[in-house]
Design a protein around this ligand. Structure first.
Ligand SMILES: C[S@@+](CC[C@H](N)C(=O)[O-])C[C@H]1O[C@@H](n2cnc3c(N)ncnc32)[C@H](O)[C@@H]1O
Length: 504
């Protein structure tokens, strides 16, 4: 049953939350950072202890964040001016004997200065025993949601479309940098909970129901974000939040293929996606084939690859199946058989940035980024597109050789040496970017010297000629060898155009 969350009920709930300080900072202040961190790890006991006898805010934390059943009078006090009878009728609370517990997950979510509440279905941690995950379960803010939040550009734009909005988290973040936000979903339940999220936060979002891009046919946006139901396997929908009903990686392919058609010129898209690794097929060629024709720039970043056995086990557990149970084994067998029938060796997962570039030919880069890094990928995707533009403008050898480049301040050199006849001799020269995605590149001795000389004072061509002269090398051959490496270093932000140096 879809909760009956009228505006009046939500406005009263908002008033209650504001009154008791049920927001991101208020919760941390109440339970302390250690209990808060434990809660994030799925360990509720420290938070339960920290909320004993702490009044209405403690009650709200116990009910909504810990999934506890609390005395009715304490809950009534916490939710005033929303009457508990109204909260139960609206599907926010459920009776549990003479106590009350949450029937929906409503939790603070913050970003920078913003603090919101996100409404979703209760997850396994806060659900009482016996409450199963329903096929139209609306997922809360999970790791995948947060990873897309961090990978999304926050450039100021006119319009953002959020496809498959679920609890509405991507749209909330979009509201910080877009004048107009539109969110779609195929699930009525998701749309109801997203509407509640937006109303609670007084965030204005246009909502539309339908399959993929159907609700916005004929429209264009400055930016599109999408965290699709990307679980890869047989064409089946057990849970709408994760299964598209399409076979294999067709859901990701569909979004990559269709998204650019909904972008204004220069508009960008960011999405999470999965792709199959099939025997005898290059994953990079596979995903590049998904792109529509035309000048679409595309950056596929592969964060991980899981073999079928690991993949199936992980997603079975996610759906609450014990892989040892009869049902778990049946599902597992069916899934693994589908992988085998389709020559699947693994499933790749990552981020995709797309841009309708207006150029004759788009730039398509598919690369691995499997190591850990701290900085969000969103600002990097903006910079990646900017660097792609610059490289396009400097597409010929002459154009690149006449450019002045600067080794980025965040680029450092690591050398590994072995003792030789002349003392320590470096045999590995590795450049590291200390920010952004933390790219690394090995270069040779001449590359090290070239980068040392890149401080924007002279054109690249002159620098290479000087280097060749000093090293007794042929300048033409050195240039031919250096240009592809230099382009790659520019693309990865380790060398930057001199005119950009000094920018924030
Ligand atoms: C993984 S959840 C993402 C939810 C939310 N955007 C986030 O980032 O946490 C995928 C969402 O896509 C929706 N969905 C599933 N199939 C869809 C389809 N064919 N068209 C549009 N949305 C769909 C689901 O209902 C669900 O809300």
């Amino acid at each position: 049953m879809i909760p009956d969350l009228s505006n009046d009920r939500l406005d009263r709930l908002r008033e209650a939350f504001l009154r008791i300080g049920f927001d991101a900072d208020g919760v941390v202040d109440l339970i302390g950072p250690a209990a808060h961190a434990a809660l994030g790890r799925g360990e509720p006991e420290p938070a339960r202890r920290a909320t004993a006898d702490t009044g209405p805010l403690g009650t709200a934390v116990r009910v909504f964040l810990l999934g506890e059943a609390e005395p009715a009078d304490a809950v009534a006090e916490a939710l005033q001016p929303l009457e508990v009878s109204e909260a139960v009728a609206g599907g926010v609370l459920a009776a549990d004997g003479d106590r009350l517990r949450a029937a929906l997950d409503i939790r603070p979510h913050s970003a920078g200065e913003d603090s919101w509440w996100v409404v979703s279905d209760l997850d396994a941690d806060t659900r009482p025993d016996g409450w199963a995950t329903s096929p139209d379960h609306v997922l809360g803010v999970g790791q995948a949601s947060l990873s897309l939040v961090r990978a999304t550009s926050r450039r100021q734009v006119g319009s953002v479309l959020d496809v498959g909005t679920g609890c509405g988290v991507q749209a909330l973040h979009a509201s910080t940098h877009a004048r107009q936000v539109t969110a779609t979903d195929v699930s009525d339940r998701a749309l109801a909970l997203a509407a509640a999220t937006f109303r609670l936060n007084r965030v204005d979002v246009e909502l539309a129901r339908g399959d993929w891009f159907d609700p916005v046919r004929g429209r264009r946006f400055d930016q599109v974000v999408c965290n699709p139901p990307f679980v890869v396997g047989p064409p089946r929908t057990d849970y709408v939040y994760r299964d598209s009903g399409l076979a294999g990686d067709d859901a990701s392919a569909l979004v990559v293929r269709q998204l650019p058609g909904f972008l204004n010129e220069g508009g960008t898209g960011q999405l999470l996606a999965s792709w199959l690794h099939r025997e005898g097929e290059d994953w990079q060629e596979r995903v590049a084939r998904w792109l529509p024709p035309g000048g679409i720039d595309a950056w596929f970043v592969q964060r991980d690859v899981a073999e079928p056995e690991l993949y199936v086990g992980t997603w079975l557990r996610d759906a609450g199946f014990d892989p040892r149970s009869a049902a778990g084994r049946r599902k597992s067998a069916e899934w693994l058989q589908w992988f085998e029938d389709n020559d699947v060796a693994g499933v790749g997962f990552g981020f995709v940035t797309l841009r309708r570039s207006g150029a004759e030919r788009g730039e398509v880069v598919c690369e691995d980024l499997r190591h850990a890094f701290d900085d969000p990928l969103g600002p990097e995707s903006d910079q990646w597109l900017r660097r792609v533009d610059w490289l396009r403008e400097h597409g010929s050898a002459e154009q690149l050789l006449s450019a002045r480049l600067v080794t980025a301040p965040s680029t450092v050199l690591e050398e590994v040496s072995a003792r030789g006849d002349e003392g320590w001799e470096a045999f590995v020269h590795r450049l590291h970017r200390t920010d952004g995605p933390g790219w690394q590149h090995e270069v040779d001795e001449l590359g090290v010297r070239l980068l040392a000389g890149c401080h924007g004072a002279m054109p690249l061509g002159d620098l290479i000629e000087l280097l060749a002269l000093g090293a007794g090398e042929n300048a033409g051959e050195l240039t031919d060898a250096a240009l592809p490496v230099l382009r790659e270093l520019v693309r990865h932000g380790m060398l930057i155009p001199a005119e950009w140096a000094g920018e924030e």
